[in-house]
Write a protein that binds this ligand. Structure first.
Ligand code: DC
Length: 232
């Protein structure tokens, strides 16, 4: 369903740690409001996938920095069918594998990687005609500090681990405690890094999703975007 008030481009930044419902919320909000959608985590995952595929030691920041300009990462921004390719290869599946998930925090902490990917993100946002929903960790603080609406999603570690487990299959799904531990480890690394860490912007609206359904979160965010559009 699309709303009637879609004339001025609107930029929506949705940040927060893993498992807060960022992706599902962002895609649904973009679809309902007729906006593009960008999953910035997928871009960092694509960069990490390329490093692993090309034998770059992801634990060596200098080696990662030296290679950061090489991969050609292209994101398709249709919220109903987002795509991601690296050097023309569809990597939507491989970027969700464990090897990438374990290495992505280290790769995304390298300043040269962030500069490169932040540049891609700003270009995509500037070219999105009707506007865009951009989800990530540093969108409201660093990438698009002038975004019209900034949302910071949170949830308890237990709720986040339960949601992430539900997305996994087999033995990995059964081990909620291990999922929780891995999530907390990644969030700590993402929040502690020097260059544009996971952080809530001062002017972001925080939404705790622990006790909310996905539909309730979507409605809240759509409501905030529509309020903003009517105000300006
Ligand atoms: O959202 P995700 O779990 O797919 O993100 C993967 C990693 O990418 C996450 O651990 C941190 C990094 N990331 C980032 O540093 N900045 C962003 N804007 C988005 C993701």
């Amino acid at each position: 369903m699309r709303t009637a008030v879609a004339e001025t481009p609107v930029i929506v930044a949705i940040d927060g740690p893993s498992g807060t419902g960022k992706s599902s919320t962002s895609k649904a909000v973009a679809d309902r409001l007729g906006l593009a959608f960008l999953d910035t985590g997928a871009q960092y995952r694509a960069m990490t996938w390329w490093m692993l595929a090309n034998g770059v030691d992801t634990g060596d920041p200098a080696a990662v920095a030296a290679a950061a300009a090489k991969p050609v990462i292209v994101s398709g921004t249709d919220p109903l069918a987002p795509t991601i390719t690296v050097d023309g290869t569809d990597v939507a599946g491989p970027i969700r594998e464990e090897a990438v998930t374990s290495a992505v925090s280290a790769v995304s902490a390298v300043p040269e990687v962030r500069t490169r990917i932040t540049g891609l993100q700003r270009t995509i946002a500037a070219e999105a005609g009707a506007g865009i929903v951009v989800e990530g960790r540093d969108i409201g603080t660093t990438v698009l500090p002038d975004a019209d609406v900034k949302i910071f999603l949170t949830a308890s570690a237990e709720a986040r681990a339960a949601r992430r487990s539900a997305e996994l299959t087999g033995a990995a799904a059964a081990d909620v405690a291990a999922t929780r531990e891995a999530l907390v480890r990644r969030d700590t690394a993402d929040s502690a890094r020097k260059t544009s860490p996971l952080a809530k912007a001062a002017d972001a609206v925080e939404v705790d999703t622990t006790h909310l359904t996905l539909e309730q979160v979507i409605e809240r965010v759509v409501g905030l975007v529509n309020e903003k559009r009517h105000d300006r």
